[in-house]
Design a protein around this ligand. Structure first.
Ligand SMILES: [Zn+2]
Ligand SMILES: [Zn+2]
Length: 756
């Protein structure tokens, strides 16, 4: 008797064993889906992980109900990667399964349906030349039918080809401008036959293929150094300043991999950038490039998966290059040669919630290792982790320090907000210097980008007399004022309340609007510069892929004068007519209680600044900041990454933070605060006793209550030299013990390895 250990799409630890019925023995193998029953009634689409002959003891084994696949849809590389993720990031195989596969594969309700279209063919008894000529003579009295048949013969290449081919009806009708009725009568007469063909939902581009752009001397040197480094190292960091032409180097490396018959994965941190890069890649690689991200429909994602798995729908060639965000790591690659992780420092590569809380850069390195492939990390402002790995010789490093086409780096100026307020040189959130610079750029028909590091709107009300701020009923956060609805909204749970005009604490009627977000900035620009065409690029503005593409394309075409945005505008977008970049309040990036706050701020300021500049002209950057004397700002002005890294690394070392230590963060939540406090104390005490790690907490996080759940955090710091595997084992054991105790059953616990 044979058994299958399957992964259920549930956050349950371990595998579940089912018996394989006789008739499925041939098909059942790892990577094939299995419909199984779990619990009393529920059916699930599980995935077979392994098959064996060991009968499980102690319970009655159920049988697999059905196998929907003929061949494995998950390959051995993927299963190995899943193992690594669930082990390293301390989650269940079910968590990984759920994250990895498109919905259409996992659920019966949303099962994948192939798209079909009507195809037609000349009835085979007419393929004889004499009969065909007779037919055409007859049809000359029905000109529209004649036209359609002639178009069919041209498209099908008949009679040059021996056999009349199946041809798409839609195209025939549109080419001839004839109606469905014309086609119907040809079918009725038995001249055409018809059938449904499976077609692809994925766009076909058929773009003219261009040669890659030729590289300048510095790029050639960098390309050769990358290739040399790959001989000794598996991972190489390409540290190239903005506009140094990294993409062209990637393109040359990709060409070489394709020539060897290998696949390439090109990872980007943000959907927003994929639209720009894909055009560049398509010009060189045409339809060999596929895109994969969450804005695609479930059906489209299943098609890309099937395409890579050589179960292509609609006669499309398998993609050789996949451009995508972090989830594309999970696609069924079978011969990867190169993984490019562009903008490798971006924290959007890290998945926060739900599990698996994986980091795409680190997972990409593991994926490449499984395929014996190389990894190229690219950044103008590398993460300290990657830079450190270069210093220790673990990674190779290649620098590219001048701009492509000899563009000059932008001129960066800091404006002191303290000074400006004291001298009454502020108009709302704008210093006089910034307003003048905007005016000048607009006059010269150059575009402007304004950066405001606040997601969404970020306006809130505050009592002018006592400082009271309206807060959410269910969460420990202040409510955000939404202008359009005139309501106060909680960004964590969605709770809405009417705007208050009276202070809830002292009764004063001096409620004031505080803070400012991108929407407010856009409004103010309209006041200061009437008629200027602005657009916003933030999470609210890019709910749909189309809106996002329209904004970027509109800015590229010069139909938008000014772009107001959050982090999103820093992530590798390239525009060629930006005269000025303004950062409205640089300090608020630094005020996060996070050991990465300095690193993030430095990266953000340089990335945003990098958007300024045009051919033959130096771009300008104005940074408004309260603490304008900070050393950090002078490092930004000098674009001195090395000095920045040196000072930050020494600080990280003295306080035992990554890359010198590993962090694991345990978050516990419960509706009952006392139980939470007890459980957290029990866990922290156990961990203190049983590990060498430094335990910080338990502490309430900055926002200590969300959706009526109280939160508590424990942070474990483990020196790099010590075994992190042992620490994880201890955590697993301690959590299991804790969960056994009845009183803590309702405390929810999540573990985040390498929190970002
Ligand atoms: Zn008050
Ligand atoms: Zn709330």
């Amino acid at each position: 008797m044979w058994y299958a250990d399957v992964i259920l799409p549930l956050p349950l630890a371990g595998f579940f064993t089912y018996q394989i019925p006789e008739e499925y023995l041939k098909v059942a193998k790892p990577g094939v889906r299995a419909i199984v029953q779990a619990g009393k009634k529920k059916k699930y689409t599980a995935l077979i992980y392994r098959i064996h002959q060991n009968k499980p003891e102690g319970y009655e084994v159920k049988s697999i109900l059905a196998l929907p696949d003929h061949k494995a849809i998950v390959n051995k590389f993927q299963l190995k990667l899943w193992d690594w993720i669930s082990d390293y990031y301390m989650c269940t195989p079910g968590d990984v399964y759920r994250a990895a596969m498109p919905a259409g594969f996992k659920s019966e309700k949303r099962a994948f349906k192939p798209k079909t279209e009507c195809y037609v063919r000349l009835n085979l008894h007419l393929k004889d030349e004499k009969k065909l000529n007779e037919l055409l003579d007859n049809l000359s009295r029905a000109p529209r039918q004649y036209k359609l048949i002639m178009q069919y013969l041209e498209s099908a290449g008949f009679p040059e080809k021996l056999y009349p081919a199946w041809t798409g009806l839609k195209e025939l009708l549109s080419k001839t401008g004839t109606s469905h009725a014309v086609y119907k009568s040809l079918v009725k007469k038995g001249i055409l036959e018809t059938r449904q063909h499976e077609v692809s939902r994925l766009d076909v581009y058929n773009t003219e293929i261009e040669k890659p752009l030729s590289l300048n001397e510095k790029q050639i040197k960098a390309l050769n150094t990358v290739k040399e480094s790959f001989e000794a190292k598996d991972v190489v960091l390409l540290h190239g300043i903005t506009s140094s032409g990294k993409t062209e180097i990637y393109i040359h490396l990709i060409s070489e991999e394709l020539a060897k018959g290998k696949q390439v994965l090109y990872l980007l941190p943000e959907i927003a950038i994929t639209t720009q890069i894909i055009m560049r890649l398509r010009r060189v690689f045409g339809d060999k490039v596929g895109i994969y991200h969450s804005k695609f429909s479930g059906h489209e994602r299943v098609e890309i998966w099937k395409n890579l798995n050589r179960q292509s729908t609609g006669m499309r060639e398998p993609y050789q290059i996949i451009l995508g965000v972090r989830s594309s790591l999970f696609l069924p690659f079978d011969s990867l040669g190169l993984v490019i992780v562009d903008e490798e420092h971006e924290n959007t590569y890290k998945q926060f919630d739900p599990a698996p809380r994986y980091h795409a850069r680190d997972t990409a390195i593991m994926l490449a290792r499984l395929h014996n492939a190389k990894v190229l990390l690219g950044s103008a402002t590398p993460s300290l982790e990657s830079y450190y790995n270069c210093l220790t010789g673990k990674y190779g490093q290649v620098e590219l320090s001048s701009r492509y086409l000899d563009l000059q780096p932008p001129e960066i100026k800091i404006v002191s907000l303290h000074e400006a307020y004291r001298r009454k040189q502020m108009k709302s959130h704008f210093s006089v210097q910034l307003l003048e610079a905007i005016e000048k750029s607009l006059q010269q028909h150059e575009q402007v980008i304004l950066f405001q590091n606040r997601r969404g709107f970020s306006l809130y009300l505050e009592c002018g007399a006592c400082g009271w701020v309206p807060r959410c009923k269910h969460c420990d956060v202040s409510l955000t004022y939404h202008k359009k609805e005139r309501k106060m909204v909680c960004h964590y749970c969605g709770y809405k309340a009417e705007t208050v005009t009276v202070c809830g604490s002292c009764g004063s009627t001096h409620m004031q609007m505080k803070g400012f977000g991108t929407e407010k900035i856009e409004d103010e620009i309209a006041l200061f510069f009437p008629g200027v065409r602005t657009a916003r690029l933030d999470i609210d503005a890019i709910r749909s892929r189309k809106t996002l593409e329209n904004i970027i394309a509109g800015f590229e075409r010069g139909e938008i004068d000014m772009l107001v945005g959050t982090q999103m505008i820093s992530k590798g977008l390239d525009f060629d007519n930006v005269g000025l970049v303004g950062i409205l309040n640089a300090d608020n990036m630094l005020n996060y209680p996070d050991f990465r706050a300095y690193e993030r701020s430095f990266q953000l300021m340089l990335q945003v600044s990098g958007r300024a500049g045009r051919k033959n002209k130096r771009g300008a950057v104005i940074i408004q900041a309260y603490d304008s004397d900070r050393e950090l700002y002078s490092l930004v002005i000098q674009n001195d990454y090395r000095a920045f890294a040196r000072s930050q690394l020494s600080e990280r070392k003295s306080f035992s933070y990554p890359p010198y230590a590993r962090l694991i963060e345990i978050t516990m939540k419960s509706k009952e605060r006392e139980i939470l406090d007890q459980a957290a104390e029990v866990l922290a005490t156990t961990l203190k006793k049983q590990t060498d790690s430094r335990i910080m907490g338990p502490e309430y996080p900055l926002i200590s209550r969300i959706r009526n759940y109280h939160l508590k955090r424990i942070l474990l710091k483990t020196d790099k030299e010590k075994s992190i595997a042992c620490v994880k084992e201890t955590i697993r054991r301690s959590l299991d013990e804790l969960r056994l105790k009845d009183e803590y059953k309702k405390v929810m616990i999540s573990v985040d390895v390498d929190p970002a």
